[in-house]
Design a protein around this ligand. Structure first.
Ligand SMILES: [Fe+2]
Length: 394
């Protein structure tokens, strides 16, 4: 058996000396960017109004804000601008010929690229019903003319503050997902495991009637469940043969480390039980909490079945890919031995027997997992994260 390197040995003893609960909380806290720094960034605002004097008026009101102001005379021109510019806020007139401001707003919110850009609608139309219609079209705010400069400036600042907070959250999530995929790529054998796992878990989630928010959590869990493996050195993660007791401590720690990495992101709170508990067993012999039966979070049980099935039906250095029928047999045997939720295994085995079952899990999130776009956008980030993780593990 290959001896552990000194650095690994000290990491083992360090991890063992930390109580289990504490080990999950030793990462430094995540501090969001202070709001005064968010406000100091130079923002781009797109003004959409067919009347020149109206756009000039808005430009005058926003002059002191050192914003970068772009103009469009109609929604068609505006969409062209949105295609090539990163816009932080749109201020659009409701009354426009051909395409109204409300219809324009609906188009902005339907477009995946622009859906998070806040829209402020302005109009001459009075009445609650107009305001309600404007907000129902997806507008984030609604102002009635005559415009009061102070109100406009205050509203714009508040909307930009929210946009920056969203952007910062989105960037943090993007980094986490890139990190998760970098970890996956450390093991060439598990190529595209995360994508398949996400699709498989969502397919099972649909089959048992889970609500959409749980399907979203499963989809994210497919990518993030093993993010804690960043804390597991290669010589343990890829070791041929049995792990020693010390090595198992580190390997099992990936569940708690993953939870600690994702915990600061409130948007990932639904995914945390998946990350922490995807190695529990129905009879209580799993880890890290030795939970049994229905005490194991349902989403963790769902993802676990998909994880095992995908591992069984994929090629590994130590085994050929099993045929689906053989993988089903193994899952049913594990349920009979008391390791897996028997009812869930029945449903899972039933759905994987159906042709095209994976398509349902893939289609639901097709918009969020545009492979080409994700690959292109995250390539550089993955490379630098890969370098970082190698440094950290050295
Ligand atoms: Fe895992």
């Amino acid at each position: 058996m290959r001896p552990l390197q000194d650095t690994t040995r000290s990491r083992v003893s360090a991890l063992r000396s930390i109580p289990r609960e504490a080990a999950a909380t030793t990462l430094p806290a995540f501090h969001p960017m202070p709001s005064h720094l968010l406000e100091s960034a130079r923002h781009t605002i797109l003004l959409v109004d067919p009347v020149d004097v109206n756009r000039s008026l808005l430009k005058g009101i926003l002059k002191a804000g050192s914003y970068r102001l772009l103009e469009a005379r109609n929604p068609v021109e505006a969409m062209v601008v949105l295609e090539r510019e990163a816009v932080d806020l749109i201020i659009a007139e409701v009354m426009m010929p051909e395409i109204s401001g409300m219809e324009f707003c609906r188009r902005v919110k339907r477009n995946r690229r622009t859906q998070l850009v806040p829209v402020l609608l302005v109009t001459n139309l009075n009445g609650v019903e107009n305001e309600v219609a404007g907000l129902e079209s997806g507008a984030d705010e609604f102002l009635t003319k005559p415009l009061h400069p102070l109100i406009v400036r205050t509203r714009v600042r508040a909307m930009l503050r929210n946009k920056m907070a969203f952007d910062s959250l989105e960037e943090a999530e993007t980094i986490l997902f890139a990190l998760a995929q970098t970890i996956e790529q450390r093991d060439k054998e598990t190529s595209h495991h995360c994508q398949r796992l996400a699709a498989l878990s969502v397919a099972l989630g649909i089959a048992i009637g889970l609500p959409e928010e749980d399907l979203v959590a499963l989809h994210r869990g497919g990518y993030l469940h093993d993010i804690g493996k960043i804390a597991v050195p290669d010589e343990i993660l890829f070791k041929q043969g049995r792990l020693t007791d010390d090595e198992w401590v580190i390997m099992r720690g990936h569940t708690l480390a993953g939870e600690a990495i994702c915990r600061p992101m409130k948007s990932l709170s639904q995914v945390l039980p998946i990350i922490r508990n995807h190695h529990e067993k129905w009879d209580g012999t799993g880890y890290p909490d030795a939970l049994a039966g229905e005490d194991i979070p349902l989403l963790a049980r769902v993802l676990q079945l998909a994880d095992i099935y995908d591992a069984l039906t994929s090629t590994r250095s130590y085994k050929e890919a099993f045929q689906p029928a053989r993988a089903i047999e193994i899952l049913e045997r594990e349920a009979a031995e008391g390791w897996r939720d028997p009812e869930l295994v029945s449903v899972f085995c039933e759905i994987v027997r159906q042709p095209g079952f994976l398509t349902r899990g893939t289609e639901l999130f097709a918009a969020q997992t545009d492979e080409a776009e994700v690959d292109e956008g995250l390539k550089g980030m993955r490379e630098s994260l890969s370098r970082m993780s190698r440094e950290l593990l050295r």
